[in-house]
Design a protein around this ligand. Structure first.
Ligand code: A3P
Length: 286
């Protein structure tokens, strides 16, 4: 049962702290420009990371935006309450993030030429990250035990609904070369190579030096100490980093430290069944 901490949108739970009828209407009516760039993610899949990478690429490797503007005002969430303030009068190219499933993107998005980078992460690591996020964020319900949270995750009683629905919606999109699919795991493995791919995709090729600079700035250790990106500007009664930092571990495979064999088998079986029509092999699948 959803608590008053959540705003229900097309059956999806959204945090009421940053979403309401007005913000969703703004997102729905939003006039997407051809030059706009979106990074779309299921929560806890690397959104903050994309909020670091995109402005650096779009600004030719200049570090100023990520050193001076908090991530939520630098690359706002289209569906959140701050979007209208941040995006008002902003010149192109505008960079935004979104957790919306494909079919809930604004109608003007589909007729535009705006580009999208869709980031997917191993759902087991997503669940672990989300579990700790629920512990530290006072605007979310307590996750309960890991076992209880696992059931909520699998049934979609979590932020933005089921992981499988989100991923299926974006992987069945019909955007041709307007969309680039990437995984968190690829980003961890070769960040510089991924930044290079992004910059080529966005038509903003960077010099070797700029690529080095951008990748370095976006390493986990550097983002963790950047007050404009590590959520330390948020008061402790809203996000309590003593319970768990927002930029927590930044690694691949932390699920192995959390799932017991029964939980792993259950999770894997559900995911396998629900993604069987997807003709893709993710890096975490053998
Ligand atoms: P963990 O909790 O596993 O550490 P989102 O921004 O979508 O909410 O995702 C948050 C997750 O992305 C957290 O995962 C966070 O640490 C991780 N993350 C953010 N920046 C990262 C980076 N530069 N490198 C690796 N992981 C990063």
């Amino acid at each position: 049962m959803a608590s008053d901490k959540y705003f229900l949108y097309h059956g999806l739970l959204l945090p009421a702290v940053a979403h309401n009828e007005e913000s969703l209407k703004y997102a729905c009516d939003f006039k997407v420009h051809d030059q706009d760039v979106f990074a779309v993610t299921y929560p806890k899949s690397g959104t903050t990371w994309m909020q670091e990478i995109l402005p650096l690429i779009l600004n030719g490797g200049d570090l100023t935006p990520v050193q001076s503007i908090p991530n939520w005002d630098r690359v706002p969430w289209l569906e959140e309450t701050r979007a209208s303030l941040v995006l008002k009068g902003q010149p192109s190219p505008r960079a935004m993030v979104s957790h919306l499933p494909y079919h809930l993107m604004p109608p003007s998005f589909f007729t535009s030429k705006a580009k999208v980078i869709y980031v997917t992460r191993n759902p087991k690591d997503v669940m672990v990250s989300s579990f700790y996020f629920h512990k530290m964020a006072s605007f979310l319900d307590d996750p309960g035990t890991f076992d209880e949270f696992l059931d909520k995750f699998l049934s979609g009683q979590v932020l933005f609904g089921k992981w499988t629905d989100h991923v299926k919606s974006w992987y069945s999109s019909d955007l041709g070369d307007r969309i680039l699919y990437i995984t968190y795991e690829e980003m961890v493995k070769d960040l510089r190579g991924v930044v290079e791919r992004f910059s080529r995709f966005l038509g903003r090729e960077l010099s070797k030096e700029a690529l080095d600079r951008v990748a370095k700035q976006c390493y986990f250790s550097n983002m963790k100490t950047n007050p404009m990106s590590n959520y330390s500007l948020v008061p402790q009664d809203i996000m309590d980093s003593s319970k768990s930092p927002f930029l927590r571990k930044g690694i691949v495979g932390d699920w192995k430290n959390h799932f017991n064999p029964e939980q792993d088998a259950k999770f894997t079986a559900v995911l396998k069944e629900e993604t069987k029509e997807l003709d893709i092999k993710f890096p975490w699948e053998e």
